[in-house]
Design a protein around this ligand. Structure first.
Ligand code: ADP
Ligand code: MG
Length: 355
C-alpha cells in the first residue's frame, strides 16, 4: 500500500519512553557503576566497596560509608529528576558535585532490579527499599512496597541485579562478561587514582582477593602503583599548571621519557568527573612522540579544574563529554608545559650518564 496516507501519530507509552531514556544513559554496566561511584563520592564517603558478578550484568553492588539517604526521601529516590544537588538552572554553573540531574537511579530502576539499604547518622536503624520502573516495589509479589527497617552501618548499599533484563536486544549485545568486567575495572581504577582520601575495593563475586584494593591513606603515586604498576609509578613526574586568563588549573602525574608503554593510559578528570577526550589525548601523544622511541606511549593522569562558568556540562545526559571555552588554547598550554618538563628530565638524565 505505497499510496497509503500518513500514519497517525501517537504518544509513546510512558514506560517505553523511560526505558529508551534509561538505555541512553546506561549503555553498559560500567555506566551504571560510574554513576553509583559518583553518588558515593558526592555523599562524602571515605570507603567504597564494589562487588561484580558476570561483568556487572548479573550483579553490581556498591557499599559506601557516606551520609546515607533520609528515610522520607526513599519514596522519590528513583523518580526522574529528583536530586539533592541542584535546585535552579543557574546552579549548573557553580555545581561542585558529580551528579546534577537526578537521572541515574531512575534510569537504573527502569532496566534492572534495584535495592537500596541506607542509614543516616541520625537514624537509629537502616532502611531497605526495592525499586522498579521509578518507584518503590515489593521485594516479593504480595508484600508491601514500603521501606523496611533493618540493621546496618551508616552509609548506603546499592544493589543492581539483572541489568537490561527487560531490554533483550541490549542484553544480547554483550559478548563476554570479562570484557565488561575489564571496562568496570577501568572506571574503578580511574576513580581509585583520583579520589584522594577514599579507600576502594573491587571484587569479582566468588573470588577471594580484590581485583583493585586501595587504602584511604594512599598517596596518588601509591594509588597508581596499586592500580597500574610500580614500573609506571617509579617514572612519574609532577605536573602542575595554572592560568588566570583561561580560568583553569591542573595537576597530575605524567610518565617521564623513561617510560614507553604499548598503549597510552590517559586518566582525565575535568572538575573531578572522569571524562574522555580524543582531542586532548591525541595532542598529548603527539607531544610525547618526540621524546619516546617509535611507537612508545605515555601514562598521563591529569586533573583539570576549570571555572564552572566556562564549562558546559549539560551536553549529554551521560556527561561523558564536556565542552569548555578556549579548549584549544588550554590544551596547547598543557602540552607546552609537558614538553618543558620532559625536556628537563631528559637533560638531567643525559648529564648523569655523561658524568
Ligand atoms: P543525582 O546524583 O544527579 O542527584 P541520582 O539519581 O544519581 O541523581 O541520585 C539521586 C539522589 O539520591 C542524589 O541527589 C542523592 O541525594 C541520593 N543518593 C544517591 N546515591 C546516594 C549515596 N550513595 N549516598 C547518599 N545519597 C545518595
Ligand atoms: Mg548521581
Amino acid at each position: 500500500d505505497e499510496m497509503a496516507g500518513p500514519r497517525r501519530i501517537r504518544a509513546l507509552h510512558q514506560d517505553v519512553v523511560n526505558k529508551i531514556a534509561a538505555g541512553e544513559i546506561i549503555v553498559a554496566p560500567m555506566h551504571a557503576l560510574k554513576e553509583l561511584i559518583e553518588n558515593a563520592v558526592d555523599a562524602g564517603s571515605t570507603s567504597l566497596e564494589i562487588l561484580v558478578k558476570d561483568g556487572g550484568l548479573k550483579l553490581l553492588q556498591i557499599t559506601d560509608n557516606g551520609c546515607g539517604i533520609n528515610k522520607d526521601d526513599l519514596p522519590i529516590l528513583c523518580e526522574r529528576f529528583t536530586t539533592s544537588k541542584l535546585k535552579a538552572f543557574e546552579d549548573l554553573t557553580s555545581i561542585g558535585t558529580y551528579g546534577f540531574r537526578g537521572e541515574a537511579l531512575a534510569s537504573i530502576s527502569h532496566i534492572a532490579h534495584l535495592a537500596v539499604t541506607t542509614k543516616t547518622a541520625e537514624s537509629s536503624c537502616a532502611w531497605k527499599a526495592h525499586y522498579g520502573g521509578g518507584t518503590l516495589t515489593p521485594a516479593k509479589p504480595g508484600q508491601s512496597a514500603d521501606p523496611k527497617a533493618c540493621a546496618g552501618r551508616q552509609g548506603t548499599q546499592i544493589t543492581v541485579e539483572d541489568l537490561f533484563y527487560n531490554v533483550p536486544t541490549r542484553r544480547r549485545a554483550f559478548r563476554s562478561a570479562s570484557e565488561e568486567y575489564a571496562k568496570i575495572a577501568d572506571v574503578v581504577g580511574k576513580y581509585a587514582v583520583h579520589c584522594k582520601g577514599v579507600a576502594f575495593s573491587c571484587k569479582k563475586h566468588g573470588e577471594a582477593g580484590a581485583g583493585i584494593a586501595v587504602p584511604a591513606t594512599a598517596t596518588v603515586k601509591d594509588r597508581i602503583r596499586m592500580v597500574h604498576s610500580s614500573a609506571i609509578a617509579n617514572e612519574l613526574i609532577d605536573f602542575e599548571l595554572a592560568n588566570e586568563q583561561y580560568g583553569f588549573k591542573t595537576d597530575g602525574l605524567i610518565s617521564s621519557a623513561n617510560h614507553s608503554g604499548k598503549k597510552t593510559t590517559f586518566l582525565l578528570f575535568i572538575n573531578h568527573r572522569a571524562v574522555d577526550s580524543t582531542a586532548i589525548k591525541k595532542a598529548i601523544e603527539q607531544t610525547y612522540s618526540t621524546f619516546l622511541p617509535k611507537g612508545g606511549k605515555p601514562f598521563v593522569y591529569l586533573s583539570l579544574e576549570i571555572d564552572p562558568a566556562r564549562v558546559d556540562v549539560n551536553v549529554h545526559p551521560t556527561k561523558r563529554e564536556v565542552n569548555f571555552l578556549n579548549e584549544e588554547e588550554i590544551v596547547e598550554l598543557i602540552c607546552d608545559d609537558i614538553r618543558t618538563r620532559l625536556g628537563r628530565v631528559d637533560t638531567s638524565r643525559t648529564f648523569m650518564t655523561q658524568s
